[in-house]
Design a protein around this ligand. Structure first.
Ligand SMILES: [Zn+2]
Length: 65
C-alpha cells in the first residue's frame, strides 16, 4: 500500500506529492478535493483535474454533434 501521509499525519497530494491540510483520520465524506478510488489531492491539482475533465467533456459533446 502507498502511504501518502506526512510524519505529522496529513494526507499527501497524490498528484504533486505536497502535503495537504487534510488529516489522515478525517472522514472521506467530509474531505475536500478527495477523489474516490484515487486519493487526496491539493486544491490546485484538484482544480486542474476538474478543469481538464470539463474540457474533455466539452470536446466529447462537440464530436457527437
Ligand atoms: Zn497537488
Amino acid at each position: 500500500m502507498n502511504d501518502f501521509v506526512t510524519n505529522d499525519g496529513f494526507e499527501i497530494c497524490i498528484s504533486c506529492d505536497k502535503p495537504t491540510k487534510v488529516k489522515r483520520d478525517a472522514p472521506v465524506k467530509s474531505r475536500k478535493y478527495y477523489i474516490e478510488g484515487a486519493g487526496q489531492m491539493c486544491k490546485s491539482c484538484y482544480d486542474a483535474i476538474i478543469e481538464k475533465l470539463k474540457i474533455m467533456h466539452q470536446n466529447l459533446n462537440n464530436e457527437e454533434i
